[in-house]
Every structure is written in structure tokens, then in C-alpha cells.
Design a protein around this ligand. Structure first.
Ligand code: FAD
Ligand code: DLZ
Ligand code: SF4
Length: 506
């Protein structure tokens, strides 16, 4: 008798646990392009096109293996709009003996599937998602008894456990666990940055682009120049081009930003990792091997591996460890709405307008733009976790709640009170000026601290420290900032607070 194997849009991997012991003579793969998934937030048009096209290509690959696939596209007459209704429909149609699936990556869906499992008339088997280095249980165990959950210690443990960039005697290669201090070079405007690797849309992608323009025209974002991989083969090609062309400079310029250079030396593979076209283990293994074969700079190789083995695993562990409470946390009681310019890019602040514009165009911004431009401004101006999470979950191609929420609530908004970050990631204009060339063509003056022409990040930064003094003055990592503040004249502080209030009200 038939088993229906449900594959979600971010589970496009033939090694998925729900495909174990697949019997091609009887089993059926169920995949569906669903309204609820495309609209639980108004995803960027490119993200919907990417997921639908990658799903269609995966279904094609399954058919080529001779597997039975029930693929419900967006316009299919039997499209039921959400997973649970779709499953009920398939149970009636195929009378299967069992449903098998791999657990969903987001809490809201995992809850819905557990409820379905409880109520279903046939057995529903929900398998563990093993596409990560660590399980949820591993993280829970690691976190037990700790008041602070620092990524660095988690990462070191994973380096040891998986023997990655390690010497035989158990010490890290190069003698240090991390080379962060070497990964903060200012941008080099004279250096030619390799263009991003582009894959031309095939017929399947072109059809999807038309569908998305028709059905989701009101969503944020442009569909122009869609050049992403939608198959594993092409995603592997993008990875190989990153290793060949960009990895060497990844470390030095990891935090650098240049006007009209959205891609810098980043890998642009987060979207593929997150839907299963690439696996984190294979990416880390390949990059480590290249280090041994080609002696690429250790700060680049270690820095890159830390993002995937360290941050990505840690963030997922934290999400499952703390959900559902994590989504409700708001330690600093931030309540402001998101300004319109997060959607329109219509602001005189060049750093923000650049970051929003490229987000609109490409559904991509690199880490420092997300953290130190768009995130920094949000924290300084008190945007609420709900509003900011909704925006970040909507606009990026790689956004899924398990990875987006801890980054936004924990790393950006300090909403968890310091579980993830030892101090808030805030800065004035000087940091942005050091790490980018945005300030050179901005209407505001980055060196000016107060007054109409001053860079808003300057007075908003000091205003943030003044307003949140009671929350942070005992934080040892904030000592230097508060010592500088204590030396400021009362007159100066008054001007800062007045300018900040004027800005916040405008
Ligand atoms: P690279 O800079 O080349 O890094 C390589 C890989 O490391 C990434 O592809 C990603 O898989 C991983 N990585 C790096 N930093 C992180 C991190 N902080 N958390 C988890 N994985 C990380 N990443 C997402 O995948 N989805 C999100 O929705 C997301 N939202 C973010 C929101 C904010 C506010 C911030 C500060 C960061 C967010 N990140 C998110 C992390 C990071 O910005 C993106 O993974 C990265 O920009 C993707 O581009 P890339 O593939 O070129 O990454
Ligand atoms: C993101 C997304 C979108 C836009 N559309 C679909 C879809 O139509 N069908 C589907 O199976 N999955 C989709 N996804 C991915 C799911 O939202 C994802 O599986 C959950 O967010 C869990 O991580
Ligand atoms: Fe951004 Fe201020 Fe620089 Fe303008 S001057 S780009 S607002 S940091």
C-alpha cells in the first residue's frame, strides 16, 4: 500500500529522512505550491519565484528517477491552499497506509503538523531533520545550566567534535580559534570585485516568474534579473565559483560595504543551504579541503566556516531551545512602527537607502548591512520586534523564521536580554564611515554630531545609551561607551536628546 511522502519547499534534498526506504513501486511524493506559505508574510517576489521554481525542478528530478509525484502547482484545480487541507485531499484520493514527512523548519508549521498527527485517521510519521551538524537535543543539552549562550564556545565544541581545522593534538589550526580581528578591513574601492555568478532562467523558471508577477504583484521586490540557481547542480556551481573567485578575500572584507556593490566577497549560498540544495556539511568540508590544497588565508577560511558551523547551527539550536517564548521577547520594550523607507528606500540616509534598494532589487543584503545598517537603525529608533521580524522575514531570499528570528530579536534588538549577544550591536556614523564609502555621497555629515546636517546615527546612538543607561551601565562590555558618555557636558547631552526626539517624531 501507498505511503505519501510530503516534501516541503525548503526540503529539496534526496537524503531527507522522509525519503528513507522510498519504494518507487508504491510511494508518492506530495509537493504543493500553497497560498498560505506564499503569504504568511508577504515574501519578496523573488523568494516566491525561487522556492516555486526550485520545487518544480526537484519534482522533475524525482520523476526522472521514476518516482510518482503528486505536484500541486499554484493554479491546480485541486490546490487546497494549505498543507493540512492538501494532506486530507491526498488521503481521500490515494487511500495511503501512512504519511511520512520530515519535521518542518518553522514553529508555526511544526505545531500544525503535530496537531494533524494527533487527529489523523492514518499514522503520520514525522522524522527528524538531520540536515544539520547538530540536533535540537544536542543544543538543549549544551545550553542546560548556562545563563549566557555564547556562540563562540558552541562553535569551538563543534570544531573539536567534527575535527574541522584542528591539529592532531587538539589545538586549532593556526593556534587561534578565531581570526575576527583580521576580518574588519575597510573597503578597498580600487579592487575589482568579481561579478556574481548568474544562472539564466530556463522555461520552468520563466513560467514561474510570470505566475509570480500575476499572483503576487502587490508583494515587495523586483523580479528583474532573476539569476539564481534553482537546482542542486547549479547551486554547486555557484559554490565552486565562490571558492574560486571570492573566498580568498572573504575574511578581510567580510564587514565592508561599497555603494552599488551588493555582493562584495560573500558566498550568496544562504538561500541554497536553507532549502536543501546544498548541505552545510558538504560546504564546510569543501572549504576546509581547499584550505589544505591551496593554502588560502586562514582568516577567510576560518571566518567562513565559523558562519556555517558556528552561527548557523547555533542560531537554529537557540530557536528551537527557546520557542515559542522567543518570538514574544522584548527586553527593551521597543514599540515603534517600521518607517516607510524600509519599503521604499526613500530616505536621505545613503546607507539605508542603498541597503533597502538592493534588498528590493535582489532580495539580498549581506550580514553587516542587515546588522549594522538596517538593524542598528531599528534598535536605535526602538522599532518593535514584531514589526522588524515581519520585515526581515518578508524581504530576504534566505529568510525562514528559524534563522531570521534569533538574528533579528537576539542579535539586532537585544530582545532576549543578552542570551545571544553580550552587548547590543549599536554604533554611530563613524563605524559605518569606516566600513563603507556610503557617507561620501550622503546628504548628512558623518563627522557632525548634532544639528540639522548631522548624521542621524550619531545623535541616535548617544541618545540610545542615555535612554537605556539603567539596562546597560553594569554591562562590562559597555564600560568604555558609558565612560565616554560620562565625560560629555550636560549641554551636549541635552542637544543630543533634543535632536533625537525631533528625529523620532518627524
Ligand atoms: P555569507 O556571508 O557568505 O556567509 C556564509 C553562510 O554563513 C551564509 O550563507 C549563512 O548560511 C551562514 N551565516 C552567516 N551568518 C549567519 C547568521 N548570523 N545566522 C545564521 N547563518 C549565518 N541568514 C539566513 O540564512 N536567513 C535569514 O533570514 C537571516 N536573517 C538575518 C537577519 C539579520 C538582522 C541578520 C543580522 C542576519 C541574518 N542572517 C540570516 C544571517 C546572514 O546575514 C545571512 O545568512 C547572509 O547574509 C547570507 O548571505 P551569504 O550567503 O552571502 O552569506
Ligand atoms: C517559503 C515557501 C513558499 C514561499 N512557498 C511554499 C510552498 O508553496 N510550498 C511549500 O511546501 N513550501 C513553501 N515555502 C517553504 C515553507 O514555508 C517552509 O517549508 C516553512 O517555512 C518551514 O521552514
Ligand atoms: Fe549613513 Fe550617516 Fe553615513 Fe549618511 S552619514 S551614510 S546616514 S552613516
Amino acid at each position: 500500500m501507498t505511503i505519501i511522502r510530503l516534501i516541503l519547499g525548503d526540503q529539496l534534498d534526496f537524503f531527507l529522512t522522509s525519503l528513507d526506504e522510498f519504494d518507487k513501486s508504491q510511494d508518492i511524493i506530495l509537493m504543493a505550491e500553497l497560498k498560505t506559505e506564499a503569504t504568511y508574510v508577504n515574501h519578496h517576489k523573488k523568494k516566491i519565484a525561487f522556492v516555486f521554481s526550485a520545487m518544480r525542478h526537484f519534482a522533475e528530478e524525482c520523476r526522472l528517477k521514476g518516482w510518482n509525484v503528486e505536484y500541486i502547482d499554484y493554479s491546480h484545480p485541486n490546490n487546497k491552499g494549505n498543507f493540512i487541507h492538501q494532506l486530507h485531499h491526498s488521503i481521500e484520493k490515494f487511500l495511503p497506509k501512512k504519511i511520512v514527512m520530515t519535521e518542518a523548519g518553522e514553529y508555526r508549521l511544526r505545531k500544525a503538523f503535530l496537531q494533524f498527527q494527533l487527529e489523523s485517521s492514518i499514522p503520520v510519521q514525522i522524522c527528524e531533520d538531520t540536515r544539520f551538524f547538530t540536533s535540537k537535543a544536542y543544543f538543549d543539552n549544551w545550553a542546560e545550566g548556562r545563563t549566557q549562550l555564547r556562540m563562540e564556545y558552541f562553535y569551538r565544541e563543534l570544531r573539536r567534535n567534527n575535527n574541522i581545522l584542528m591539529n592532531k593534538d587538539g589545538t586549532p589550526i593556526g593556534g587561534k580559534w578565531n581570526y575576527d580581528s583580521e576580518n574588519r578591513e575597510s573597503p578597498d574601492e580600487g579592487k575589482i570585485i568579481p561579478p556574481p555568478t548568474k544562472i539564466s532562467p530556463d522555461q520552468i523558471t520563466s513560467d514561474v516568474l510570470l505566475l509570480v508577477e500575476k499572483e503576487f504583484s502587490h508583494h515587495f521586490g523586483s523580479l528583474d534579473d532573476f539569476h539564481y540557481a534553482v537546482t542542486r547542480k547549479d547551486a554547486l556551481y555557484v559554490l565552486s565559483k565562490f571558492i574560486e573567485e571570492r573566498l580568498e578575500n572573504f575574511g578581510n572584507f567580510q564587514d565592508a560595504m561599497i555603494t552599488d556593490e551588493p555582493w562584495m566577497y560573500h558566498s550568496h549560498i544562504g538561500l541554497y543551504l536553507n532549502i536543501g540544495l546544498l548541505s552545510p556539511k558538504e560546504v564546510v568540508a569543501k572549504v576546509e579541503q581547499v584550505y589544505y590544497d591551496e593554502q588560502l588565508p586562514l582568516n577567510s577560511v576560518e571566518g567562513f566556516i565559523r558562519q556555517i558551523l558556528g552561527w548557523r547551527e547555533y542560531i537554529r539550536g537557540l530557536y528551537w531551545h527557546k520557542m515559542p517564548e522567543y518570538a514574544e521577547m522584548n527586553y527593551l520594550n521597543l514599540q515603534a512602527d517600521l518607517p516607510d523607507f524600509y519599503w521604499t528606500s526613500d530616505t536621505k540616509m545613503n546607507c539605508i537607502s542603498q541597503s533597502v534598494k538592493q534588498t528590493y532589487d535582489h532580495a539580498y543584503a549581506h550580514h553587516i548591512q542587515r546588522l549594522m545598517i538596517l538593524g542598528n537603525y531599528a534598535l536605535l529608533t526602538g522599532i518593535s520586534p514584531k514589526a522588524l521580524n515581519k520585515w526581515f522575514l518578508s524581504v530576504y531570499m534566505d529568510a525562514y523564521e528559524w534563522v531570521e528570528l534569533p538574528n533579528v530579536s537576539g542579535m539586532v534588538l537585544f530582545a532576549d536580554g543578552g542570551l545571544l549577544a553580550s552587548k547590543p550591536y549599536v554604533s554611530g556614523g563613524a563605524y559605518i564611515d569606516r566600513m563603507s564609502n556610503y557617507c561620501k555621497s550622503c546628504s548628512y555629515k558623518v563627522k557632525q554630531k548634532t544639528g540639522e546636517a548631522a548624521c542621524p546615527f550619531n545623535y541616535l546612538y548617544w541618545n540610545f545609551l542615555i535612554k537605556n543607561e539603567s539596562s546597560f551601565t553594569k554591562n562590562p562590555r559597555m564600560g568604555m561607551m558609558y565612560r565616554t558618555l560620562s565625560k560629555m557636558s550636560e549641554e551636549n547631552k541635552k542637544n543630543i536628546v533634543e535632536d533625537a526626539e525631533k528625529w523620532l517624531q518627524s
